[in-house]
Design a protein around this ligand. Structure first.
Ligand code: IMP
Ligand code: MG
Length: 185
């Protein structure tokens, strides 16, 4: 029989304890971000293109999209790191946007900016598609571990140096369904 490592024991919602950021606070902040983004892009003459980074940012993106008062389209990108542990910076795009981005206003949507490597690699690839503008919206900013200088145009919350789960963010594929954001341990 092939050896498989046991999946982590899921923690039940009722045992999660107090949220670092409650669902209510997230909802309010995402509403505000939607308003701010709608104001910044009020005068563009084509629909805004939200480019969502799979998978963690999908929950945030779904709420943000519905808080916008301007027309917007949805695209997805997926980044996967490859190579050995000695070259952690190597990223391959497992999925790229489907539509052309030439001359379009693009807003990249990410769940959390940690080292900054993921968004910087994706932004570099997107710039080659000649968008009219490229900005970044991140629900969470954890500046403590930044390695690549990253300009975040729209930030939800700045968080301390703790691993977080919930509202789309996972640990080993789990906990994305939690409505608030929790620290692990
Ligand atoms: P970066 O490339 O180091 O900025 O890492 C960003 C990516 O790592 C995000 O897209 C997340 O998927 C993942 N990530 C970083 N920190 C956390 C965390 O605390 N919880 C869950 N995922 C995280
Ligand atoms: Mg991610």
């Amino acid at each position: 029989m092939p050896e498989t490592s046991a999946p982590p024991e899921p923690i039940l919602k009722k045992d999660m304890g107090r949220a670092l950021i409650s669902a209510e606070r997230i909802a309010k902040r995402v509403e505000d971000m939607g308003r701010e983004i709608s104001e910044v892009y009020a005068d563009i003459d084509t629909p805004l293109v939200l480019v969502v980074i799979l998978k963690g940012a999908t929950v945030f993106a779904a709420d943000l999209l519905r808080s916008l008062s301007i027309p917007a389209e949805l695209e997805f990108v997926s980044a996967a790191s490859y190579g050995s542990g000695t070259s952690p910076g190597k990223l391959r795009l497992a999925h790229m946007v489907e539509g052309p981005l030439v001359g379009r206003h693009v807003l990249l949507i990410e769940d959390i900016i940690d080292s900054g490597r993921t968004v910087s690699a994706i932004a570099k690839r997107l710039r080659k598609l000649k968008p009219a503008s490229l900005r970044l919206a991140a629900l969470l900013d954890r500046p403590a571990r930044r390695e690549v200088e990253t300009r975040i145009d729209f930030t939800g919350f700045v968080i301390p140096d703790r691993f977080v789960i919930g509202y789309g963010l996972d640990y080993a594929g789990l906990y994305r369904e939690l409505p608030g954001i929790y620290t692990l341990t």
